[in-house]
Design a protein around this ligand. Sequence first.
Ligand SMILES: [Zn+2]
Length: 497
Amino acid sequence: MHRRIIVPGALGAASVLLAIPASAAAPSPGAPGIGDPYYPAYGNGGYDVSHYDLRLTYRPDSDRLEGTATILARTTEDLSRFNLDFLLDVGEVRVNGAKASFTTSGEHELEITPKRPLAKGTPVTVVVRYGGVPSSKEAYGFTGWHRTPDGGVAANEPEAAWWWFPSNDHPLDKATFDVSVQVPDGTQAISNGTLRSKSSRLGWTRWNWRSDKPQATYLATLAVGRFDLTTGTTESGIPVVNAYSVDLGANDGAARASVERTGEVADWLSGYFGPYPYNALGGYVPNTDTGYALETQTRPFYSPRQFANGSNVSVVVHELAHQWYGDLVSVRGWKDIWINEGFARYAQWLWSEHEGEGTARELADYTYASHPADDPFWTVRPGDPGPENQFDIAVYDRGALAVHALREAVGDEDFFAILKGWPAKYAHGNASVADFRRYAEEVSGEPLSALFDTWLFQPSKPEAPAARAASLAKAADTPAQPRSWRKIAATNDVHAH
Ligand SMILES: [Zn+2]
Protein backbone atom coordinates (compact mmCIF):
# COMPACT_ATOMS: atom_id res chain seq x y z
CA MET A 1 0.00 0.00 0.00
CA HIS A 2 2.33 2.63 -1.08
CA ARG A 3 3.94 3.87 -4.14
CA ARG A 4 7.15 5.36 -5.19
CA ILE A 5 6.80 8.90 -6.41
CA ILE A 6 9.03 8.17 -9.37
CA VAL A 7 10.66 4.88 -10.13
CA PRO A 8 14.36 5.43 -10.71
CA GLY A 9 14.63 3.11 -13.67
CA ALA A 10 18.26 3.81 -14.43
CA LEU A 11 19.32 2.98 -10.91
CA GLY A 12 20.20 -0.62 -11.60
CA ALA A 13 23.08 0.42 -13.76
CA ALA A 14 24.23 3.12 -11.39
CA SER A 15 26.52 1.30 -9.07
CA VAL A 16 28.11 -2.01 -9.69
CA LEU A 17 30.91 -1.30 -7.29
CA LEU A 18 29.57 -3.34 -4.44
CA ALA A 19 31.23 -4.89 -1.45
CA ILE A 20 34.75 -5.95 -2.01
CA PRO A 21 35.52 -8.22 0.94
CA ALA A 22 37.96 -6.61 3.31
CA SER A 23 41.30 -8.30 3.08
CA ALA A 24 43.43 -9.02 6.08
CA ALA A 25 45.52 -6.04 5.07
CA ALA A 26 44.66 -2.37 5.43
CA PRO A 27 41.20 -1.15 6.49
CA SER A 28 39.14 -0.18 3.44
CA PRO A 29 36.04 1.92 2.76
CA GLY A 30 32.66 0.36 3.52
CA ALA A 31 30.50 -0.29 0.47
CA PRO A 32 28.08 2.49 -0.56
CA GLY A 33 25.25 -0.05 -0.76
CA ILE A 34 24.21 -3.02 1.39
CA GLY A 35 24.06 -5.29 -1.64
CA ASP A 36 20.42 -5.24 -2.77
CA PRO A 37 20.31 -5.76 -6.55
CA TYR A 38 17.04 -3.78 -6.85
CA TYR A 39 18.54 -0.71 -5.19
CA PRO A 40 22.35 -1.01 -5.28
CA ALA A 41 22.98 2.28 -3.45
CA TYR A 42 20.51 1.70 -0.61
CA GLY A 43 21.97 0.89 2.78
CA ASN A 44 25.69 0.63 3.29
CA GLY A 45 28.35 -1.95 4.02
CA GLY A 46 30.70 -2.47 6.95
CA TYR A 47 28.57 -1.90 10.03
CA ASP A 48 25.32 -2.74 11.74
CA VAL A 49 23.23 -0.17 13.60
CA SER A 50 21.56 -1.11 16.90
CA HIS A 51 19.99 2.23 17.89
CA TYR A 52 19.07 5.66 16.52
CA ASP A 53 18.67 8.56 18.95
CA LEU A 54 17.15 11.52 17.11
CA ARG A 55 16.84 14.83 18.91
CA LEU A 56 15.22 17.31 16.53
CA THR A 57 13.52 20.66 16.20
CA TYR A 58 11.01 21.33 13.43
CA ARG A 59 9.48 24.65 12.33
CA PRO A 60 6.23 24.11 10.43
CA ASP A 61 6.19 27.61 8.93
CA SER A 62 9.53 27.20 7.16
CA ASP A 63 9.75 23.38 6.99
CA ARG A 64 13.15 23.57 8.65
CA LEU A 65 14.30 20.46 10.49
CA GLU A 66 17.48 20.46 12.54
CA GLY A 67 19.07 18.48 15.29
CA THR A 68 21.38 15.67 16.20
CA ALA A 69 21.37 11.99 15.38
CA THR A 70 23.35 9.71 17.66
CA ILE A 71 23.81 6.32 16.03
CA LEU A 72 25.05 3.26 17.89
CA ALA A 73 26.60 0.66 15.60
CA ARG A 74 29.11 -2.14 15.43
CA THR A 75 31.59 -2.60 12.63
CA THR A 76 31.46 -5.79 10.58
CA GLU A 77 34.78 -5.19 8.84
CA ASP A 78 37.90 -3.06 9.23
CA LEU A 79 36.85 0.36 8.00
CA SER A 80 38.84 3.34 6.80
CA ARG A 81 35.59 5.05 5.91
CA PHE A 82 31.87 4.33 5.88
CA ASN A 83 28.64 5.80 4.50
CA LEU A 84 25.26 6.84 5.79
CA ASP A 85 22.27 7.57 3.53
CA PHE A 86 21.10 11.15 3.97
CA LEU A 87 20.00 14.30 2.11
CA LEU A 88 19.93 17.15 4.64
CA ASP A 89 22.92 19.45 5.24
CA VAL A 90 25.47 18.16 7.74
CA GLY A 91 27.37 20.52 10.02
CA GLU A 92 29.50 18.14 12.03
CA VAL A 93 30.18 14.44 12.39
CA ARG A 94 31.87 12.79 15.34
CA VAL A 95 32.93 9.17 15.50
CA ASN A 96 33.64 7.85 18.99
CA GLY A 97 33.87 11.41 20.20
CA ALA A 98 36.40 12.71 17.68
CA LYS A 99 35.55 14.99 14.79
CA ALA A 100 35.42 13.08 11.51
CA SER A 101 35.72 14.45 8.01
CA PHE A 102 32.79 13.96 5.67
CA THR A 103 31.61 14.59 2.17
CA THR A 104 28.64 13.69 0.01
CA SER A 105 28.51 11.52 -3.10
CA GLY A 106 25.98 9.83 -5.35
CA GLU A 107 22.29 10.56 -4.86
CA HIS A 108 22.16 10.23 -1.08
CA GLU A 109 25.52 9.14 0.31
CA LEU A 110 27.20 10.80 3.28
CA GLU A 111 30.80 9.52 3.34
CA ILE A 112 32.41 9.66 6.76
CA THR A 113 36.13 9.25 7.37
CA PRO A 114 36.94 8.84 11.05
CA LYS A 115 40.17 10.21 12.47
CA ARG A 116 41.39 6.66 13.03
CA PRO A 117 40.34 3.51 11.16
CA LEU A 118 37.72 1.34 12.86
CA ALA A 119 38.55 -2.27 13.68
CA LYS A 120 36.09 -5.00 12.78
CA GLY A 121 33.69 -6.00 15.53
CA THR A 122 33.97 -2.89 17.65
CA PRO A 123 31.20 -0.59 18.89
CA VAL A 124 31.00 2.80 17.24
CA THR A 125 29.08 5.93 18.21
CA VAL A 126 28.39 8.34 15.38
CA VAL A 127 27.01 11.81 16.12
CA VAL A 128 25.67 13.79 13.16
CA ARG A 129 24.58 17.42 13.59
CA TYR A 130 22.39 18.54 10.74
CA GLY A 131 19.72 20.86 9.44
CA GLY A 132 17.82 21.65 6.30
CA VAL A 133 14.50 21.99 4.58
CA PRO A 134 13.36 18.46 3.69
CA SER A 135 10.92 19.60 1.00
CA SER A 136 13.83 21.21 -0.88
CA LYS A 137 15.70 17.92 -1.24
CA GLU A 138 15.27 15.33 -3.94
CA ALA A 139 17.04 12.12 -4.89
CA TYR A 140 16.52 10.44 -8.24
CA GLY A 141 14.12 13.30 -8.95
CA PHE A 142 11.61 12.54 -6.23
CA THR A 143 10.86 13.20 -2.60
CA GLY A 144 9.60 11.03 0.24
CA TRP A 145 8.80 14.09 2.37
CA HIS A 146 5.27 15.47 2.17
CA ARG A 147 4.86 19.12 3.01
CA THR A 148 1.44 19.91 4.47
CA PRO A 149 -0.17 23.30 5.15
CA ASP A 150 0.74 22.94 8.83
CA GLY A 151 3.93 20.86 8.76
CA GLY A 152 5.44 17.84 7.08
CA VAL A 153 5.37 14.05 6.96
CA ALA A 154 8.04 11.43 6.25
CA ALA A 155 6.36 8.28 4.94
CA ASN A 156 7.30 6.44 1.77
CA GLU A 157 8.63 3.07 0.66
CA PRO A 158 11.36 2.05 0.20
CA GLU A 159 12.85 5.47 0.89
CA ALA A 160 11.69 7.90 3.58
CA ALA A 161 14.58 8.23 6.02
CA TRP A 162 16.89 10.32 3.82
CA TRP A 163 14.73 13.40 4.41
CA TRP A 164 14.86 13.34 8.19
CA PHE A 165 17.68 11.25 9.64
CA PRO A 166 20.99 9.72 8.51
CA SER A 167 20.81 5.92 8.42
CA ASN A 168 21.84 2.60 7.03
CA ASP A 169 18.73 2.65 4.90
CA HIS A 170 17.77 -0.95 4.20
CA PRO A 171 15.44 -3.36 6.04
CA LEU A 172 18.40 -5.68 6.65
CA ASP A 173 19.66 -3.29 9.32
CA LYS A 174 16.91 -2.85 11.90
CA ALA A 175 17.41 -0.89 15.09
CA THR A 176 15.56 0.57 18.06
CA PHE A 177 14.64 4.27 18.02
CA ASP A 178 14.22 7.19 20.39
CA VAL A 179 12.67 10.08 18.47
CA SER A 180 12.48 13.38 20.32
CA VAL A 181 11.04 16.29 18.38
CA GLN A 182 10.52 19.86 19.54
CA VAL A 183 7.73 21.76 17.78
CA PRO A 184 5.89 25.01 18.49
CA ASP A 185 3.23 24.79 21.22
CA GLY A 186 -0.11 23.81 19.74
CA THR A 187 1.60 21.59 17.17
CA GLN A 188 1.94 17.83 17.51
CA ALA A 189 4.85 15.57 16.54
CA ILE A 190 3.82 11.99 15.81
CA SER A 191 6.20 9.06 15.46
CA ASN A 192 6.36 5.33 16.13
CA GLY A 193 6.01 3.46 19.40
CA THR A 194 5.06 4.83 22.78
CA LEU A 195 4.88 8.48 23.80
CA ARG A 196 7.23 8.43 26.79
CA SER A 197 6.80 12.06 27.71
CA LYS A 198 5.83 15.48 26.47
CA SER A 199 6.82 18.82 27.94
CA SER A 200 6.43 22.48 27.05
CA ARG A 201 8.85 25.32 27.65
CA LEU A 202 9.15 28.82 26.22
CA GLY A 203 6.65 28.23 23.45
CA TRP A 204 7.98 24.86 22.36
CA THR A 205 6.71 21.36 23.09
CA ARG A 206 9.01 18.36 22.98
CA TRP A 207 7.52 14.98 22.10
CA ASN A 208 9.51 11.88 23.08
CA TRP A 209 8.64 8.65 21.26
CA ARG A 210 10.31 5.26 21.78
CA SER A 211 10.38 2.13 19.63
CA ASP A 212 11.98 -0.54 21.79
CA LYS A 213 11.81 -3.34 19.24
CA PRO A 214 13.92 -3.49 16.08
CA GLN A 215 12.48 -1.35 13.31
CA ALA A 216 13.49 -0.97 9.67
CA THR A 217 14.45 2.56 8.65
CA TYR A 218 11.63 2.88 6.09
CA LEU A 219 9.15 2.00 8.83
CA ALA A 220 10.25 4.93 10.98
CA THR A 221 7.91 7.88 10.51
CA LEU A 222 7.58 11.50 11.54
CA ALA A 223 4.55 13.73 11.14
CA VAL A 224 4.35 17.27 12.42
CA GLY A 225 1.21 19.34 12.20
CA ARG A 226 -1.97 20.09 14.08
CA PHE A 227 -3.37 16.73 15.13
CA ASP A 228 -6.12 15.51 17.39
CA LEU A 229 -4.90 12.49 19.34
CA THR A 230 -7.15 9.72 20.62
CA THR A 231 -6.08 7.01 23.05
CA GLY A 232 -7.43 3.63 24.02
CA THR A 233 -6.47 0.06 24.87
CA THR A 234 -7.13 -3.10 22.91
CA GLU A 235 -8.99 -5.95 24.54
CA SER A 236 -5.62 -7.72 24.71
CA GLY A 237 -4.14 -4.75 26.59
CA ILE A 238 -2.10 -2.91 23.95
CA PRO A 239 -2.21 0.89 24.32
CA VAL A 240 -3.50 2.65 21.20
CA VAL A 241 -2.64 6.19 20.10
CA ASN A 242 -4.22 7.50 16.91
CA ALA A 243 -3.76 10.95 15.40
CA TYR A 244 -5.93 12.86 12.94
CA SER A 245 -5.07 16.11 11.25
CA VAL A 246 -7.55 18.75 12.40
CA ASP A 247 -7.95 19.68 8.72
CA LEU A 248 -9.37 16.45 7.28
CA GLY A 249 -12.60 18.21 6.40
CA ALA A 250 -15.28 15.93 4.99
CA ASN A 251 -12.96 12.89 5.30
CA ASP A 252 -12.68 13.27 9.07
CA GLY A 253 -15.61 11.05 10.04
CA ALA A 254 -14.74 8.25 7.65
CA ALA A 255 -11.08 8.36 8.69
CA ARG A 256 -11.99 8.03 12.36
CA ALA A 257 -14.65 5.38 11.68
CA SER A 258 -11.88 3.31 10.07
CA VAL A 259 -8.74 3.98 12.11
CA GLU A 260 -10.57 3.90 15.46
CA ARG A 261 -11.11 0.19 14.76
CA THR A 262 -7.35 -0.40 14.91
CA GLY A 263 -7.49 -2.23 18.25
CA GLU A 264 -10.31 -4.51 17.15
CA VAL A 265 -8.53 -5.31 13.89
CA ALA A 266 -5.18 -6.00 15.58
CA ASP A 267 -6.85 -8.38 18.02
CA TRP A 268 -8.65 -10.09 15.13
CA LEU A 269 -5.42 -10.44 13.13
CA SER A 270 -3.60 -11.91 16.12
CA GLY A 271 -5.96 -14.87 15.80
CA TYR A 272 -4.32 -15.63 12.45
CA PHE A 273 -0.77 -14.34 12.91
CA GLY A 274 -0.06 -14.82 16.63
CA PRO A 275 0.22 -12.24 19.41
CA TYR A 276 0.62 -8.61 18.35
CA PRO A 277 4.41 -8.13 18.44
CA TYR A 278 4.77 -4.59 19.81
CA ASN A 279 3.86 -2.59 22.91
CA ALA A 280 2.26 0.27 20.99
CA LEU A 281 -0.42 0.54 18.33
CA GLY A 282 -2.30 3.14 16.37
CA GLY A 283 -2.50 4.99 13.09
CA TYR A 284 -2.37 8.55 11.84
CA VAL A 285 -4.04 10.53 9.09
CA PRO A 286 -2.20 13.74 8.16
CA ASN A 287 -3.56 16.34 5.75
CA THR A 288 -1.43 15.22 2.82
CA ASP A 289 -2.57 15.11 -0.79
CA THR A 290 -1.08 11.63 -1.21
CA GLY A 291 -3.21 8.60 -1.96
CA TYR A 292 -1.49 5.68 -0.33
CA ALA A 293 -1.08 4.14 3.08
CA LEU A 294 2.07 2.73 4.64
CA GLU A 295 2.72 0.20 7.39
CA THR A 296 4.99 2.45 9.48
CA GLN A 297 5.77 0.33 12.52
CA THR A 298 3.13 0.32 15.27
CA ARG A 299 1.49 3.42 13.77
CA PRO A 300 0.58 3.22 10.05
CA PHE A 301 0.27 6.26 7.84
CA TYR A 302 -3.06 6.70 6.03
CA SER A 303 -3.75 9.25 3.32
CA PRO A 304 -7.05 11.13 3.71
CA ARG A 305 -7.95 10.02 0.17
CA GLN A 306 -8.25 6.43 1.45
CA PHE A 307 -11.44 7.61 3.15
CA ALA A 308 -12.83 9.84 0.42
CA ASN A 309 -15.65 7.40 -0.35
CA GLY A 310 -16.50 6.56 3.24
CA SER A 311 -14.96 4.40 5.90
CA ASN A 312 -12.56 1.67 4.78
CA VAL A 313 -11.55 -0.75 7.50
CA SER A 314 -9.96 -2.93 4.83
CA VAL A 315 -7.02 -0.56 4.51
CA VAL A 316 -6.53 -0.73 8.28
CA VAL A 317 -6.54 -4.52 8.01
CA HIS A 318 -3.90 -4.30 5.27
CA GLU A 319 -1.52 -2.01 7.15
CA LEU A 320 -1.92 -3.84 10.44
CA ALA A 321 -1.32 -7.20 8.74
CA HIS A 322 2.05 -5.74 7.75
CA GLN A 323 2.95 -5.38 11.42
CA TRP A 324 3.56 -9.14 11.26
CA TYR A 325 4.21 -9.57 7.52
CA GLY A 326 6.67 -6.82 6.65
CA ASP A 327 7.55 -5.21 9.97
CA LEU A 328 8.15 -8.08 12.41
CA VAL A 329 9.51 -10.22 9.57
CA SER A 330 10.98 -7.94 6.93
CA VAL A 331 12.18 -8.60 3.42
CA ARG A 332 15.72 -9.88 3.05
CA GLY A 333 15.95 -8.02 -0.23
CA TRP A 334 13.35 -5.83 -1.92
CA LYS A 335 12.70 -8.66 -4.40
CA ASP A 336 10.93 -10.43 -1.50
CA ILE A 337 8.12 -7.88 -1.45
CA TRP A 338 5.52 -10.66 -1.94
CA ILE A 339 6.08 -11.67 1.69
CA ASN A 340 4.71 -8.24 2.58
CA GLU A 341 2.06 -7.46 0.00
CA GLY A 342 0.70 -10.90 -0.88
CA PHE A 343 -0.11 -11.55 2.77
CA ALA A 344 -1.38 -8.07 3.62
CA ARG A 345 -3.76 -8.34 0.66
CA TYR A 346 -4.75 -11.86 1.73
CA ALA A 347 -5.57 -10.50 5.19
CA GLN A 348 -8.05 -8.17 3.45
CA TRP A 349 -9.62 -11.24 1.85
CA LEU A 350 -9.90 -12.90 5.25
CA TRP A 351 -11.51 -9.73 6.63
CA SER A 352 -13.99 -9.75 3.75
CA GLU A 353 -14.93 -13.28 4.73
CA HIS A 354 -15.21 -12.22 8.38
CA GLU A 355 -17.55 -9.40 7.36
CA GLY A 356 -19.68 -11.66 5.17
CA GLU A 357 -18.76 -9.72 2.02
CA GLY A 358 -17.17 -12.51 0.02
CA THR A 359 -14.96 -15.44 0.98
CA ALA A 360 -11.25 -15.65 0.28
CA ARG A 361 -12.02 -18.32 -2.31
CA GLU A 362 -14.58 -16.12 -4.03
CA LEU A 363 -12.05 -13.29 -4.14
CA ALA A 364 -9.41 -15.66 -5.51
CA ASP A 365 -11.78 -16.95 -8.18
CA TYR A 366 -12.78 -13.46 -9.15
CA THR A 367 -9.17 -12.26 -9.32
CA TYR A 368 -8.21 -15.24 -11.45
CA ALA A 369 -11.16 -14.94 -13.82
CA SER A 370 -11.08 -11.18 -14.23
CA HIS A 371 -7.62 -11.16 -15.83
CA PRO A 372 -7.56 -12.91 -19.26
CA ALA A 373 -4.43 -14.81 -20.23
CA ASP A 374 -3.14 -11.93 -22.38
CA ASP A 375 -3.49 -9.38 -19.57
CA PRO A 376 -0.05 -7.92 -18.71
CA PHE A 377 -1.09 -8.60 -15.13
CA TRP A 378 0.27 -12.12 -15.58
CA THR A 379 3.65 -10.98 -16.86
CA VAL A 380 4.50 -9.56 -13.43
CA ARG A 381 6.25 -12.19 -11.32
CA PRO A 382 5.30 -11.46 -7.68
CA GLY A 383 8.17 -13.61 -6.41
CA ASP A 384 10.75 -11.32 -8.08
CA PRO A 385 8.88 -8.48 -9.79
CA GLY A 386 11.82 -6.16 -10.44
CA PRO A 387 12.12 -2.70 -8.91
CA GLU A 388 9.90 -1.19 -11.62
CA ASN A 389 7.04 -3.50 -10.64
CA GLN A 390 7.69 -3.73 -6.92
CA PHE A 391 4.31 -2.21 -6.10
CA ASP A 392 2.42 -3.33 -9.20
CA ILE A 393 -1.16 -4.44 -8.58
CA ALA A 394 -0.11 -7.99 -9.52
CA VAL A 395 2.22 -8.15 -6.51
CA TYR A 396 -0.89 -7.64 -4.40
CA ASP A 397 -3.63 -9.50 -6.25
CA ARG A 398 -1.66 -12.23 -7.98
CA GLY A 399 0.34 -12.36 -4.76
CA ALA A 400 -2.78 -13.02 -2.69
CA LEU A 401 -3.92 -15.54 -5.29
CA ALA A 402 -0.63 -17.38 -4.73
CA VAL A 403 -1.31 -17.40 -1.00
CA HIS A 404 -4.72 -18.89 -1.68
CA ALA A 405 -3.22 -21.48 -4.05
CA LEU A 406 -0.95 -22.53 -1.20
CA ARG A 407 -3.98 -22.83 1.08
CA GLU A 408 -5.78 -25.06 -1.40
CA ALA A 409 -2.66 -27.19 -1.84
CA VAL A 410 -1.81 -27.83 1.81
CA GLY A 411 -5.29 -27.61 3.36
CA ASP A 412 -6.61 -25.25 6.00
CA GLU A 413 -4.97 -26.86 9.02
CA ASP A 414 -1.43 -26.64 7.66
CA PHE A 415 -2.09 -23.31 5.95
CA PHE A 416 -3.20 -21.55 9.11
CA ALA A 417 -0.33 -23.15 11.03
CA ILE A 418 2.07 -21.66 8.46
CA LEU A 419 0.36 -18.28 8.64
CA LYS A 420 0.78 -18.15 12.41
CA GLY A 421 4.16 -19.87 12.66
CA TRP A 422 6.03 -17.74 10.14
CA PRO A 423 6.06 -14.43 12.08
CA ALA A 424 7.34 -16.21 15.18
CA LYS A 425 10.03 -18.12 13.29
CA TYR A 426 11.69 -14.99 11.86
CA ALA A 427 10.54 -12.47 14.49
CA HIS A 428 12.45 -9.15 14.38
CA GLY A 429 14.52 -10.41 11.48
CA ASN A 430 14.47 -10.79 7.72
CA ALA A 431 13.47 -13.59 5.38
CA SER A 432 13.09 -14.32 1.69
CA VAL A 433 10.47 -15.91 -0.54
CA ALA A 434 12.68 -19.01 -0.64
CA ASP A 435 12.72 -19.07 3.18
CA PHE A 436 8.92 -18.98 3.12
CA ARG A 437 8.69 -21.86 0.66
CA ARG A 438 11.04 -23.95 2.79
CA TYR A 439 9.03 -23.15 5.92
CA ALA A 440 5.74 -24.03 4.22
CA GLU A 441 7.27 -27.32 3.05
CA GLU A 442 8.52 -28.05 6.55
CA VAL A 443 5.11 -27.46 8.14
CA SER A 444 3.05 -29.19 5.45
CA GLY A 445 5.51 -31.98 4.66
CA GLU A 446 4.82 -31.41 0.98
CA PRO A 447 7.13 -30.36 -1.85
CA LEU A 448 6.00 -26.93 -3.00
CA SER A 449 8.59 -25.83 -5.57
CA ALA A 450 6.27 -26.37 -8.53
CA LEU A 451 3.41 -24.53 -6.86
CA PHE A 452 5.57 -21.53 -5.97
CA ASP A 453 7.10 -21.49 -9.44
CA THR A 454 3.69 -21.49 -11.13
CA TRP A 455 2.09 -18.82 -8.99
CA LEU A 456 5.01 -16.53 -8.20
CA PHE A 457 7.66 -16.90 -10.86
CA GLN A 458 6.10 -17.71 -14.23
CA PRO A 459 5.33 -14.67 -16.43
CA SER A 460 2.05 -16.17 -17.58
CA LYS A 461 -1.41 -17.06 -16.33
CA PRO A 462 -1.34 -20.39 -14.50
CA GLU A 463 -3.55 -23.13 -15.90
CA ALA A 464 -6.70 -23.41 -13.88
CA PRO A 465 -6.27 -27.12 -13.15
CA ALA A 466 -2.80 -26.49 -11.80
CA ALA A 467 -4.38 -23.77 -9.79
CA ARG A 468 -6.87 -25.78 -7.90
CA ALA A 469 -8.89 -28.74 -8.91
CA ALA A 470 -12.05 -27.46 -7.37
CA SER A 471 -13.65 -24.16 -8.02
CA LEU A 472 -11.40 -22.51 -10.58
CA ALA A 473 -11.75 -25.18 -13.22
CA LYS A 474 -15.50 -25.07 -12.87
CA ALA A 475 -15.64 -21.33 -13.18
CA ALA A 476 -15.64 -21.01 -16.93
CA ASP A 477 -17.29 -17.63 -16.80
CA THR A 478 -16.29 -14.73 -14.65
CA PRO A 479 -17.80 -15.29 -11.21
CA ALA A 480 -19.84 -12.58 -9.55
CA GLN A 481 -17.86 -9.71 -8.10
CA PRO A 482 -17.61 -10.20 -4.32
CA ARG A 483 -19.17 -7.39 -2.36
CA SER A 484 -15.86 -6.42 -0.75
CA TRP A 485 -14.09 -6.12 -4.10
CA ARG A 486 -14.47 -2.39 -4.55
CA LYS A 487 -13.54 -1.59 -0.95
CA ILE A 488 -10.39 -3.64 -1.35
CA ALA A 489 -9.64 -2.10 -4.74
CA ALA A 490 -10.06 1.33 -3.15
CA THR A 491 -6.95 0.54 -1.11
CA ASN A 492 -4.89 0.13 -4.29
CA ASP A 493 -2.75 3.04 -5.10
CA VAL A 494 -0.47 1.27 -7.47
CA HIS A 495 -2.23 2.50 -10.61
CA ALA A 496 -1.08 6.02 -9.97
CA HIS A 497 2.37 5.65 -11.56
ZN1 LIG B 1 1.03 -3.08 1.72
